[in-house]
Design a protein around this ligand. Structure first.
Ligand code: NAI
Ligand code: MG
Length: 495
Protein backbone atom coordinates (compact mmCIF):
# COMPACT_ATOMS: atom_id res chain seq x y z
CA UNK A 1 0.00 0.00 0.00
CA UNK A 2 1.15 3.54 -0.74
CA UNK A 3 2.39 5.13 2.46
CA UNK A 4 2.99 8.82 2.91
CA UNK A 5 6.16 9.65 4.78
CA UNK A 6 5.57 12.28 7.41
CA UNK A 7 8.68 14.33 8.04
CA UNK A 8 9.33 16.74 10.86
CA UNK A 9 11.15 19.81 9.56
CA UNK A 10 11.82 22.85 11.76
CA UNK A 11 12.89 24.71 8.61
CA UNK A 12 9.56 24.34 6.86
CA UNK A 13 9.18 27.15 4.35
CA UNK A 14 6.30 29.55 5.04
CA UNK A 15 4.74 30.31 1.67
CA UNK A 16 1.26 31.69 2.41
CA UNK A 17 1.21 34.89 4.44
CA UNK A 18 -1.44 36.98 2.71
CA UNK A 19 -5.21 37.19 3.01
CA UNK A 20 -7.12 34.66 0.91
CA UNK A 21 -10.07 36.40 -0.76
CA UNK A 22 -11.95 35.23 -3.86
CA UNK A 23 -9.37 32.49 -4.49
CA UNK A 24 -6.43 34.90 -4.51
CA UNK A 25 -3.74 35.71 -1.95
CA UNK A 26 -3.81 39.48 -1.46
CA UNK A 27 -2.29 42.14 0.79
CA UNK A 28 -4.47 43.91 3.32
CA UNK A 29 -6.13 47.09 2.00
CA UNK A 30 -4.24 49.03 4.68
CA UNK A 31 -0.96 47.31 3.76
CA UNK A 32 -0.61 46.35 7.40
CA UNK A 33 0.99 43.13 8.63
CA UNK A 34 1.36 41.49 12.03
CA UNK A 35 3.90 39.10 13.46
CA UNK A 36 3.14 35.55 14.49
CA UNK A 37 5.59 34.12 17.01
CA UNK A 38 7.22 30.75 17.47
CA UNK A 39 6.21 29.94 21.08
CA UNK A 40 9.20 27.64 21.52
CA UNK A 41 11.58 30.61 21.26
CA UNK A 42 9.24 33.56 21.70
CA UNK A 43 10.79 34.98 18.51
CA UNK A 44 9.01 36.16 15.33
CA UNK A 45 8.15 33.40 12.90
CA UNK A 46 6.44 35.24 10.05
CA UNK A 47 4.80 38.51 9.08
CA UNK A 48 1.24 38.00 7.96
CA UNK A 49 -1.15 40.40 6.20
CA UNK A 50 -3.50 41.91 8.77
CA UNK A 51 -7.16 42.09 7.79
CA UNK A 52 -9.51 44.67 9.20
CA UNK A 53 -13.00 45.88 8.33
CA UNK A 54 -12.17 46.84 4.72
CA UNK A 55 -10.80 43.37 3.97
CA UNK A 56 -13.63 41.61 5.78
CA UNK A 57 -16.05 43.63 3.62
CA UNK A 58 -14.28 42.37 0.48
CA UNK A 59 -14.24 38.79 1.72
CA UNK A 60 -17.94 38.88 2.61
CA UNK A 61 -18.71 40.41 -0.79
CA UNK A 62 -16.87 37.53 -2.48
CA UNK A 63 -18.66 34.97 -0.32
CA UNK A 64 -22.02 36.62 -1.04
CA UNK A 65 -21.38 36.56 -4.78
CA UNK A 66 -20.38 32.90 -4.61
CA UNK A 67 -23.72 32.17 -2.94
CA UNK A 68 -25.89 34.05 -5.49
CA UNK A 69 -28.55 32.24 -7.50
CA UNK A 70 -27.00 30.84 -10.62
CA UNK A 71 -23.45 30.77 -9.24
CA UNK A 72 -21.24 27.75 -9.84
CA UNK A 73 -21.52 26.79 -6.17
CA UNK A 74 -25.31 27.17 -5.93
CA UNK A 75 -25.83 25.22 -9.15
CA UNK A 76 -23.41 22.47 -8.24
CA UNK A 77 -24.84 19.00 -7.59
CA UNK A 78 -24.61 18.09 -3.93
CA UNK A 79 -22.65 14.96 -4.88
CA UNK A 80 -20.09 17.16 -6.64
CA UNK A 81 -19.71 19.24 -3.46
CA UNK A 82 -18.89 15.97 -1.75
CA UNK A 83 -16.25 15.16 -4.36
CA UNK A 84 -14.63 18.58 -3.85
CA UNK A 85 -14.51 18.10 -0.08
CA UNK A 86 -12.98 14.65 -0.58
CA UNK A 87 -10.43 16.15 -2.96
CA UNK A 88 -9.53 18.70 -0.29
CA UNK A 89 -9.09 15.87 2.24
CA UNK A 90 -6.78 14.05 -0.20
CA UNK A 91 -4.70 17.20 -0.73
CA UNK A 92 -4.40 17.78 3.02
CA UNK A 93 -3.19 14.21 3.31
CA UNK A 94 -0.58 14.80 0.60
CA UNK A 95 0.56 18.00 2.34
CA UNK A 96 0.41 16.57 5.83
CA UNK A 97 4.08 17.10 6.63
CA UNK A 98 4.01 20.76 5.65
CA UNK A 99 0.83 21.41 7.60
CA UNK A 100 2.09 19.55 10.68
CA UNK A 101 5.37 21.47 10.57
CA UNK A 102 3.58 24.81 10.30
CA UNK A 103 1.41 23.79 13.23
CA UNK A 104 4.44 22.97 15.39
CA UNK A 105 6.23 26.19 14.45
CA UNK A 106 3.21 28.43 14.96
CA UNK A 107 1.56 26.71 17.93
CA UNK A 108 4.35 24.79 19.69
CA UNK A 109 2.60 21.43 19.99
CA UNK A 110 4.74 18.28 19.61
CA UNK A 111 5.04 17.04 16.02
CA UNK A 112 3.25 13.75 16.76
CA UNK A 113 0.26 15.67 18.14
CA UNK A 114 0.21 17.97 15.13
CA UNK A 115 0.31 14.93 12.86
CA UNK A 116 -2.62 13.41 14.81
CA UNK A 117 -4.62 16.67 14.63
CA UNK A 118 -4.20 16.86 10.89
CA UNK A 119 -5.33 13.26 10.50
CA UNK A 120 -8.43 14.15 12.53
CA UNK A 121 -9.01 17.13 10.22
CA UNK A 122 -8.80 14.83 7.19
CA UNK A 123 -11.25 12.41 8.81
CA UNK A 124 -13.65 15.28 9.53
CA UNK A 125 -13.61 16.45 5.89
CA UNK A 126 -14.21 12.89 4.68
CA UNK A 127 -17.05 12.38 7.13
CA UNK A 128 -18.88 15.51 5.95
CA UNK A 129 -18.09 14.86 2.27
CA UNK A 130 -20.40 11.87 2.60
CA UNK A 131 -23.22 14.03 3.98
CA UNK A 132 -23.52 16.43 1.03
CA UNK A 133 -26.12 14.48 -0.93
CA UNK A 134 -27.89 13.11 2.15
CA UNK A 135 -29.10 16.38 3.67
CA UNK A 136 -32.82 16.34 3.02
CA UNK A 137 -36.18 17.19 4.50
CA UNK A 138 -39.49 15.37 4.89
CA UNK A 139 -42.86 14.85 3.29
CA UNK A 140 -45.44 15.75 5.93
CA UNK A 141 -49.17 14.80 6.21
CA UNK A 142 -50.26 18.39 6.89
CA UNK A 143 -53.84 19.33 7.83
CA UNK A 144 -56.15 20.48 5.06
CA UNK A 145 -55.27 17.78 2.59
CA UNK A 146 -52.24 19.70 1.31
CA UNK A 147 -48.91 18.28 0.27
CA UNK A 148 -46.19 19.59 2.56
CA UNK A 149 -42.49 19.09 2.03
CA UNK A 150 -39.49 20.49 3.83
CA UNK A 151 -36.02 21.10 2.47
CA UNK A 152 -32.80 21.89 4.27
CA UNK A 153 -31.20 24.90 2.67
CA UNK A 154 -27.76 26.41 3.28
CA UNK A 155 -27.97 29.42 5.56
CA UNK A 156 -25.79 31.60 3.30
CA UNK A 157 -22.56 33.45 4.09
CA UNK A 158 -21.10 32.28 7.39
CA UNK A 159 -18.41 33.93 9.51
CA UNK A 160 -16.16 31.58 11.44
CA UNK A 161 -13.79 32.65 14.21
CA UNK A 162 -11.39 30.08 15.61
CA UNK A 163 -8.79 29.82 18.38
CA UNK A 164 -5.14 28.83 18.37
CA UNK A 165 -5.14 25.54 20.30
CA UNK A 166 -6.03 23.25 17.36
CA UNK A 167 -5.56 25.48 14.32
CA UNK A 168 -6.01 22.99 11.43
CA UNK A 169 -8.51 20.82 13.27
CA UNK A 170 -10.68 23.86 14.00
CA UNK A 171 -10.56 24.77 10.30
CA UNK A 172 -11.97 21.33 9.49
CA UNK A 173 -14.67 21.49 12.18
CA UNK A 174 -15.80 24.82 10.76
CA UNK A 175 -15.39 24.34 7.01
CA UNK A 176 -16.52 20.74 6.56
CA UNK A 177 -20.16 21.02 7.78
CA UNK A 178 -20.58 24.50 6.28
CA UNK A 179 -19.39 23.28 2.86
CA UNK A 180 -21.46 20.11 3.10
CA UNK A 181 -24.55 22.25 3.73
CA UNK A 182 -23.66 24.49 0.75
CA UNK A 183 -22.74 27.68 2.61
CA UNK A 184 -19.95 30.09 1.70
CA UNK A 185 -17.32 31.03 4.25
CA UNK A 186 -15.21 33.83 5.69
CA UNK A 187 -12.89 32.43 8.36
CA UNK A 188 -10.74 34.39 10.78
CA UNK A 189 -7.97 32.27 12.29
CA UNK A 190 -6.49 33.20 15.67
CA UNK A 191 -3.83 35.90 15.55
CA UNK A 192 -1.38 33.52 17.26
CA UNK A 193 -1.70 30.79 14.60
CA UNK A 194 -2.72 32.05 11.15
CA UNK A 195 -0.37 29.91 9.03
CA UNK A 196 -2.05 26.53 8.65
CA UNK A 197 -5.44 28.04 7.72
CA UNK A 198 -3.75 29.97 4.90
CA UNK A 199 -2.01 26.82 3.70
CA UNK A 200 -5.34 24.97 3.79
CA UNK A 201 -6.91 27.85 1.82
CA UNK A 202 -4.36 27.32 -0.96
CA UNK A 203 -5.38 23.66 -1.07
CA UNK A 204 -9.07 24.58 -1.48
CA UNK A 205 -8.18 26.46 -4.65
CA UNK A 206 -6.18 23.48 -5.90
CA UNK A 207 -9.12 21.19 -5.08
CA UNK A 208 -11.31 23.28 -7.38
CA UNK A 209 -13.66 25.16 -5.06
CA UNK A 210 -15.14 28.12 -6.99
CA UNK A 211 -13.87 31.63 -6.16
CA UNK A 212 -15.38 33.17 -3.05
CA UNK A 213 -16.66 29.95 -1.48
CA UNK A 214 -13.84 29.98 1.09
CA UNK A 215 -12.08 33.14 2.28
CA UNK A 216 -9.50 33.50 5.07
CA UNK A 217 -8.86 36.82 6.82
CA UNK A 218 -6.09 36.65 9.45
CA UNK A 219 -6.14 39.51 11.93
CA UNK A 220 -7.19 40.48 15.42
CA UNK A 221 -10.42 39.86 17.26
CA UNK A 222 -11.49 43.44 17.96
CA UNK A 223 -10.94 44.45 14.32
CA UNK A 224 -11.32 41.65 11.76
CA UNK A 225 -13.28 39.35 14.09
CA UNK A 226 -15.65 42.11 15.18
CA UNK A 227 -16.22 43.27 11.59
CA UNK A 228 -17.31 39.74 10.70
CA UNK A 229 -19.61 39.48 13.71
CA UNK A 230 -21.49 42.70 12.91
CA UNK A 231 -21.53 42.39 9.11
CA UNK A 232 -25.10 42.70 7.80
CA UNK A 233 -24.53 40.16 4.99
CA UNK A 234 -23.22 37.45 7.30
CA UNK A 235 -26.08 35.17 8.28
CA UNK A 236 -24.37 33.16 10.94
CA UNK A 237 -21.27 33.22 13.10
CA UNK A 238 -19.59 30.10 14.43
CA UNK A 239 -17.10 30.76 17.22
CA UNK A 240 -14.74 28.70 19.33
CA UNK A 241 -12.84 30.42 22.12
CA UNK A 242 -13.28 31.99 25.53
CA UNK A 243 -16.63 32.34 27.27
CA UNK A 244 -16.02 36.07 27.69
CA UNK A 245 -15.63 36.68 23.95
CA UNK A 246 -18.42 34.20 23.17
CA UNK A 247 -20.82 36.30 25.23
CA UNK A 248 -19.66 39.48 23.49
CA UNK A 249 -20.12 37.88 20.07
CA UNK A 250 -23.65 36.73 20.92
CA UNK A 251 -24.50 40.29 22.01
CA UNK A 252 -22.98 41.94 18.96
CA UNK A 253 -24.53 39.44 16.57
CA UNK A 254 -27.92 40.11 18.14
CA UNK A 255 -27.44 43.87 17.90
CA UNK A 256 -26.40 43.85 14.25
CA UNK A 257 -28.76 41.71 12.17
CA UNK A 258 -29.73 39.06 14.73
CA UNK A 259 -27.52 36.62 12.87
CA UNK A 260 -27.46 33.11 14.22
CA UNK A 261 -24.61 32.18 16.49
CA UNK A 262 -23.06 28.89 17.55
CA UNK A 263 -20.54 28.96 20.36
CA UNK A 264 -18.05 26.36 21.55
CA UNK A 265 -16.58 27.83 24.72
CA UNK A 266 -14.59 26.86 27.73
CA UNK A 267 -14.96 24.20 30.37
CA UNK A 268 -13.92 22.98 33.78
CA UNK A 269 -14.66 19.36 33.10
CA UNK A 270 -14.79 16.74 35.86
CA UNK A 271 -13.21 13.31 35.52
CA UNK A 272 -14.43 11.00 38.27
CA UNK A 273 -12.27 8.06 39.35
CA UNK A 274 -14.18 5.42 41.34
CA UNK A 275 -12.39 3.10 43.76
CA UNK A 276 -12.83 -0.07 41.65
CA UNK A 277 -10.54 1.03 38.80
CA UNK A 278 -7.23 -0.40 37.68
CA UNK A 279 -5.14 2.30 39.31
CA UNK A 280 -2.30 2.56 36.77
CA UNK A 281 -4.71 2.75 33.88
CA UNK A 282 -6.87 5.36 35.63
CA UNK A 283 -3.85 7.49 36.52
CA UNK A 284 -2.77 7.49 32.88
CA UNK A 285 -6.21 8.37 31.50
CA UNK A 286 -6.58 11.20 34.02
CA UNK A 287 -3.05 12.42 33.25
CA UNK A 288 -3.71 12.60 29.51
CA UNK A 289 -7.12 14.18 30.13
CA UNK A 290 -5.36 17.18 31.69
CA UNK A 291 -1.97 17.38 30.02
CA UNK A 292 -2.87 16.67 26.37
CA UNK A 293 -2.00 19.70 24.24
CA UNK A 294 -0.35 21.25 27.36
CA UNK A 295 -3.75 21.65 28.98
CA UNK A 296 -4.87 23.97 26.18
CA UNK A 297 -7.98 22.01 25.45
CA UNK A 298 -11.55 23.20 25.95
CA UNK A 299 -12.69 19.78 27.19
CA UNK A 300 -9.60 19.06 29.37
CA UNK A 301 -10.55 17.00 32.42
CA UNK A 302 -9.06 19.49 34.84
CA UNK A 303 -11.02 18.52 37.94
CA UNK A 304 -9.83 15.01 38.77
CA UNK A 305 -12.26 13.70 41.41
CA UNK A 306 -10.81 10.62 43.13
CA UNK A 307 -12.66 8.43 45.63
CA UNK A 308 -11.15 8.75 49.10
CA UNK A 309 -10.10 5.07 49.52
CA UNK A 310 -7.65 5.31 46.61
CA UNK A 311 -6.88 9.04 46.83
CA UNK A 312 -3.37 8.93 48.31
CA UNK A 313 -2.19 6.12 46.05
CA UNK A 314 -3.67 7.91 43.04
CA UNK A 315 -1.87 11.16 43.85
CA UNK A 316 1.46 9.36 44.38
CA UNK A 317 1.26 7.54 41.05
CA UNK A 318 0.10 10.66 39.20
CA UNK A 319 3.09 12.59 40.52
CA UNK A 320 5.43 9.81 39.44
CA UNK A 321 3.99 9.84 35.91
CA UNK A 322 3.92 13.62 35.63
CA UNK A 323 7.54 14.00 36.76
CA UNK A 324 8.49 11.83 33.77
CA UNK A 325 6.59 13.96 31.30
CA UNK A 326 9.20 15.19 28.83
CA UNK A 327 9.00 18.94 28.22
CA UNK A 328 11.02 20.69 25.51
CA UNK A 329 11.60 21.01 21.78
CA UNK A 330 8.32 20.09 20.08
CA UNK A 331 10.20 18.69 17.08
CA UNK A 332 12.07 16.11 19.24
CA UNK A 333 10.65 12.57 19.07
CA UNK A 334 10.36 12.06 22.81
CA UNK A 335 8.82 15.44 23.70
CA UNK A 336 5.31 15.21 25.15
CA UNK A 337 4.91 18.84 26.10
CA UNK A 338 5.99 21.95 24.21
CA UNK A 339 5.47 25.61 25.09
CA UNK A 340 2.18 27.31 25.94
CA UNK A 341 0.87 29.55 23.18
CA UNK A 342 2.14 32.95 24.34
CA UNK A 343 3.58 34.97 27.22
CA UNK A 344 0.13 36.11 28.30
CA UNK A 345 -1.10 32.56 28.59
CA UNK A 346 2.06 31.48 30.43
CA UNK A 347 1.63 34.33 32.92
CA UNK A 348 -2.04 33.53 33.42
CA UNK A 349 -1.21 29.90 34.24
CA UNK A 350 1.56 30.89 36.68
CA UNK A 351 -0.91 33.26 38.38
CA UNK A 352 -3.36 30.40 38.89
CA UNK A 353 -0.59 28.26 40.35
CA UNK A 354 0.23 31.07 42.77
CA UNK A 355 -3.46 31.25 43.76
CA UNK A 356 -3.54 27.47 44.30
CA UNK A 357 -0.62 27.80 46.70
CA UNK A 358 -2.14 30.80 48.48
CA UNK A 359 -5.55 29.19 48.91
CA UNK A 360 -4.10 26.10 50.57
CA UNK A 361 -3.84 23.45 47.86
CA UNK A 362 -0.77 21.21 48.14
CA UNK A 363 1.70 21.59 45.27
CA UNK A 364 2.86 18.05 44.50
CA UNK A 365 5.09 18.75 41.49
CA UNK A 366 5.90 21.43 38.94
CA UNK A 367 4.65 24.95 39.63
CA UNK A 368 7.19 27.01 37.69
CA UNK A 369 8.00 28.22 34.26
CA UNK A 370 10.32 25.90 32.40
CA UNK A 371 13.53 26.80 30.55
CA UNK A 372 15.05 30.13 29.63
CA UNK A 373 13.24 30.96 26.44
CA UNK A 374 9.77 30.44 25.01
CA UNK A 375 6.53 30.07 26.94
CA UNK A 376 6.94 26.78 28.79
CA UNK A 377 5.29 25.80 32.09
CA UNK A 378 6.20 22.72 34.14
CA UNK A 379 3.55 19.99 34.34
CA UNK A 380 1.94 20.71 37.70
CA UNK A 381 -0.22 18.78 40.17
CA UNK A 382 -2.14 20.10 43.14
CA UNK A 383 -3.68 17.76 45.73
CA UNK A 384 -6.01 18.67 48.61
CA UNK A 385 -7.94 20.89 46.24
CA UNK A 386 -11.41 21.94 47.41
CA UNK A 387 -14.33 23.00 45.23
CA UNK A 388 -14.27 26.67 46.22
CA UNK A 389 -10.61 27.25 45.28
CA UNK A 390 -10.09 29.36 42.16
CA UNK A 391 -8.08 26.57 40.50
CA UNK A 392 -11.12 24.29 40.86
CA UNK A 393 -13.50 26.85 39.38
CA UNK A 394 -11.82 28.76 36.58
CA UNK A 395 -10.39 27.57 33.30
CA UNK A 396 -6.59 27.58 33.61
CA UNK A 397 -5.88 26.38 30.07
CA UNK A 398 -2.49 25.03 31.07
CA UNK A 399 -0.75 21.90 32.38
CA UNK A 400 -2.24 21.97 35.87
CA UNK A 401 -4.07 19.03 37.43
CA UNK A 402 -6.26 19.50 40.50
CA UNK A 403 -6.89 16.25 42.36
CA UNK A 404 -10.02 16.46 44.50
CA UNK A 405 -11.22 13.92 47.08
CA UNK A 406 -14.81 12.62 47.28
CA UNK A 407 -16.70 9.94 49.22
CA UNK A 408 -19.88 8.86 47.37
CA UNK A 409 -21.24 8.87 43.84
CA UNK A 410 -24.21 11.08 44.74
CA UNK A 411 -21.90 13.58 46.35
CA UNK A 412 -19.54 13.71 43.37
CA UNK A 413 -22.40 14.15 40.89
CA UNK A 414 -23.57 17.20 42.77
CA UNK A 415 -20.06 18.61 43.03
CA UNK A 416 -19.25 17.85 39.38
CA UNK A 417 -22.28 19.91 38.32
CA UNK A 418 -21.43 22.87 40.56
CA UNK A 419 -19.85 24.91 37.79
CA UNK A 420 -21.07 27.39 35.21
CA UNK A 421 -19.59 25.17 32.50
CA UNK A 422 -20.87 21.92 30.98
CA UNK A 423 -18.70 20.87 28.08
CA UNK A 424 -17.49 17.38 28.99
CA UNK A 425 -17.23 14.87 31.82
CA UNK A 426 -15.78 11.43 32.39
CA UNK A 427 -16.04 8.53 34.77
CA UNK A 428 -13.69 5.60 35.28
CA UNK A 429 -15.25 2.51 36.88
CA UNK A 430 -16.00 -1.14 36.19
CA UNK A 431 -19.50 -0.74 37.67
CA UNK A 432 -22.03 -0.13 34.91
CA UNK A 433 -24.66 1.21 37.30
CA UNK A 434 -22.29 3.83 38.65
CA UNK A 435 -21.16 4.76 35.13
CA UNK A 436 -24.65 5.17 33.71
CA UNK A 437 -26.03 6.93 36.79
CA UNK A 438 -23.23 9.47 36.43
CA UNK A 439 -23.68 9.77 32.67
CA UNK A 440 -27.38 10.55 33.04
CA UNK A 441 -26.98 13.01 35.90
CA UNK A 442 -23.97 15.03 34.82
CA UNK A 443 -24.69 18.26 32.94
CA UNK A 444 -22.25 18.03 30.06
CA UNK A 445 -22.41 17.77 26.28
CA UNK A 446 -20.03 14.78 26.15
CA UNK A 447 -19.67 12.07 28.75
CA UNK A 448 -16.83 9.57 28.42
CA UNK A 449 -16.90 6.26 30.28
CA UNK A 450 -13.56 4.54 30.82
CA UNK A 451 -11.88 6.88 28.37
CA UNK A 452 -11.45 10.61 27.91
CA UNK A 453 -11.24 13.09 24.99
CA UNK A 454 -12.89 10.55 22.72
CA UNK A 455 -13.98 13.07 20.09
CA UNK A 456 -14.92 11.60 16.70
CA UNK A 457 -16.24 13.17 13.47
CA UNK A 458 -19.39 11.06 13.79
CA UNK A 459 -20.42 12.18 17.29
CA UNK A 460 -21.80 15.59 18.32
CA UNK A 461 -19.65 17.83 20.49
CA UNK A 462 -20.63 21.00 22.35
CA UNK A 463 -21.63 22.42 25.67
CA UNK A 464 -24.38 22.71 28.24
CA UNK A 465 -24.70 25.91 30.25
CA UNK A 466 -21.99 28.53 29.61
CA UNK A 467 -19.88 26.12 27.56
CA UNK A 468 -21.84 27.17 24.52
CA UNK A 469 -24.70 26.95 22.05
CA UNK A 470 -25.20 24.31 19.39
CA UNK A 471 -23.23 21.22 18.45
CA UNK A 472 -20.37 20.54 16.08
CA UNK A 473 -19.57 17.22 14.39
CA UNK A 474 -21.95 14.39 13.60
CA UNK A 475 -25.32 14.96 11.97
CA UNK A 476 -26.11 17.61 14.60
CA UNK A 477 -23.15 19.60 13.31
CA UNK A 478 -25.02 20.35 10.06
CA UNK A 479 -27.90 21.99 11.86
CA UNK A 480 -26.25 25.37 12.50
CA UNK A 481 -25.55 25.72 8.76
CA UNK A 482 -29.02 24.98 7.44
CA UNK A 483 -32.45 26.58 7.38
CA UNK A 484 -35.57 24.46 7.13
CA UNK A 485 -37.97 25.56 4.40
CA UNK A 486 -41.56 24.35 4.35
CA UNK A 487 -43.24 24.19 0.95
CA UNK A 488 -46.96 23.59 1.08
CA UNK A 489 -48.94 22.75 -2.04
CA UNK A 490 -52.71 23.09 -2.09
CA UNK A 491 -54.18 20.03 -3.78
CA UNK A 492 -57.53 19.84 -5.58
CA UNK A 493 -60.20 18.63 -3.15
CA UNK A 494 -61.29 15.67 -5.35
CA UNK A 495 -58.71 13.10 -6.30
P1 NAI B 1 -10.34 34.54 22.64
O1 NAI B 1 -11.72 34.05 22.90
O2 NAI B 1 -10.03 35.97 22.89
O3 NAI B 1 -9.95 34.26 21.10
C1 NAI B 1 -10.53 33.30 20.27
C2 NAI B 1 -10.78 33.92 18.88
O4 NAI B 1 -11.70 34.99 19.00
C3 NAI B 1 -9.54 34.51 18.21
O5 NAI B 1 -9.60 34.25 16.83
C4 NAI B 1 -9.70 35.99 18.49
O6 NAI B 1 -9.03 36.81 17.55
C5 NAI B 1 -11.20 36.15 18.37
N1 NAI B 1 -11.74 37.34 19.06
C6 NAI B 1 -11.26 37.96 20.17
N2 NAI B 1 -12.02 39.04 20.47
C7 NAI B 1 -12.99 39.11 19.54
C8 NAI B 1 -14.07 40.01 19.32
N3 NAI B 1 -14.30 41.06 20.13
N4 NAI B 1 -14.90 39.80 18.26
C9 NAI B 1 -14.67 38.75 17.45
N5 NAI B 1 -13.66 37.88 17.60
C10 NAI B 1 -12.84 38.04 18.64
O7 NAI B 1 -9.37 33.62 23.44
P2 NAI B 1 -7.80 33.85 23.79
O8 NAI B 1 -7.57 35.25 24.22
O9 NAI B 1 -7.00 33.32 22.68
O10 NAI B 1 -7.64 32.89 25.06
C11 NAI B 1 -8.13 33.30 26.32
C12 NAI B 1 -8.71 32.13 27.08
O11 NAI B 1 -9.84 31.65 26.39
C13 NAI B 1 -7.79 30.93 27.20
O12 NAI B 1 -6.86 31.05 28.23
C14 NAI B 1 -8.81 29.85 27.45
O13 NAI B 1 -9.20 29.86 28.81
C15 NAI B 1 -9.97 30.24 26.58
N6 NAI B 1 -9.94 29.57 25.26
C16 NAI B 1 -10.80 28.53 25.02
C17 NAI B 1 -10.73 27.84 23.82
C18 NAI B 1 -11.63 26.70 23.52
O14 NAI B 1 -11.22 25.79 22.80
N7 NAI B 1 -12.87 26.71 23.97
C19 NAI B 1 -9.73 28.16 22.80
C20 NAI B 1 -8.91 29.30 23.13
C21 NAI B 1 -9.02 29.95 24.33
MG1 MG C 1 2.37 31.66 16.42
Amino acid sequence: MFQLTIMANPNQEIIYKKLFINNEFVDAQSGKTFVTLNPQTGKPLAEVAEADKADVDLAVKAAKKAFERGSAWRDMDASQRGRLINKLADLIEQHKSALANLEVLDNGKPFAEADFDIQCAIDTFRYYAGWCDKIHGNTIPADGGSLAITSKEPIGVVGQIIPWNYPTLMVSWKWAPALAAGCTIVLKPAEQTPLSALYAAALTKQAGFPSGVINVVPGFGETAGHALVIHPDVRKVAFTGSTEIGRLIAENAAKSNLKKVSLELGGKSPLVVMQDVDLDEAVEIAHNAVFANHGQCCCAGTRTFVQETIYDAFVAKSVELTRKRKVGNPFADDTLQGPQIDAESQQKILKYIELGNKQGAKLECGGNKWGNEGFFVEPTIFSNVTDNMTIAQEEIFGPVQSVIKFKTLDEVIERANKTSYGLAAGILTKNIDWALTFARAVEAGSVWINCYDAVTPQTPFGGYKQSGHGRELGEDGLEPYTETKTILVKLPTKN
